[in-house]
Design a protein around this ligand. Structure first.
Ligand code: ADP
Ligand code: MG
Length: 254
């Protein structure tokens, strides 16, 4: 159920802004890879390109041996690559459980409920699975609450739950701990670690260095759209170019 996600030589400009220049990075199968860098260094743009939300100007994206460059977000999702967004995209006026059952995602993975036959059964199965996942992430107690009433951290957990219902092989998380209460951050880290032990590949953008250093097997660092380091958390932490990038930008480890 697992796969390597690789981007090779990706460049992307918005008008005159070179958001990414020849970026190569691998989220190795079964590992948690961190993607860090100061604000504006291109992390979200790289996620958008890897998941079909933006097209690269050049470069290629691979899921295992399959090239997925330029595939639509739905197609990439169908191939088993799930993602969350830096700003959560939940529906505040639906309940937490209803959010989990929004059909957009259900074409992906093994739980596809699209198609007409056995709809009621499929729906019951999805509902059960949704409740299991909400229990796993720790917000099942809020299943019937409107999603708009959740705390910021709980919304992030809902978004993670939502992505998991499709059973993706690779999960990209854009700042999962950003703005989240410290007690929930630990909970989130444990859940990600557990999902990884079950075999899922993760690529995680995060400013919380403790989170990154304790969770990730490998870390890639972006600065001004260029990869300046890749290595173990300890290697990257001690890399002079990385230290310079963070000191130079004035954004600390947030
Ligand atoms: P990060 O996630 O590391 O903070 P982003 O990928 O969001 O960085 O942004 C990288 C650069 O690209 C920034 O200079 C940003 O302003 C620019 N950028 C990102 N998306 C767009 C867009 N849709 N249009 C114009 N500029 C963009
Ligand atoms: Mg970003």
């Amino acid at each position: 159920m697992t796969a390597t996600l690789r981007v090779e030589g990706i460049s992307k400009a918005f008008g005159g802004v070179h958001a990414l220049t020849e970026c190569t990075l691998t989220a190795r199968s079964g590992e948690i890879t961190g993607l860090i860098g100061p604000n504006g260094s291109g992390k979200t743009t790289l996620f958008n390109i890897a998941t079909g939300y933006e097209r690269p100007d050049s470069g290629r994206v691979f899921l295992g041996d399959r090239e997925i460059t330029g595939a639509s977000p739905q197609r990439v999702f169908g191939y088993g690559v799930g993602r969350t967004f830096q700003l959560t995209r939940i529906f505040p006026r639906l309940t937490v459980l209803e959010n989990m059952l929004v059909p957009a995602q259900h074409g992906a993975g093994k739980n596809g409920a699209a198609g007409n036959g056995g709809r009621g059964r499929a729906h019951r199965h999805l509902r059960e699975r949704a409740l299991e996942l909400l229990a796993f992430t720790g917000i099942a107690g809020h299943a019937e609450a409107l999603a708009g009433t959740l705390s910021y951290g709980q919304r992030k957990l809902l978004e993670l739950s939502y992505v998991l219902i499709a059973e993706p092989q690779v999960v990209l998380l854009d700042e999962p701990a950003g703005g989240v209460n410290p007690s929930l951050v630990n909970h989130l880290a444990e859940r990600i670690s557990e999902l990884n032990k079950q075999g899922r590949t993760f690529l995680v953008v995060e400013h919380n260095m403790e989170f990154v250093m304790s969770l990730c097997h490998q870390v890639t660092v972006l600065d001004y759209g260029t990869v300046i380091a890749t290595g173990s958390p300890a290697q990257v932490r001690d890399d002079q170019r990385v230290l310079d990038a963070y000191l130079g930008s004035g954004t600390g480890d947030g």
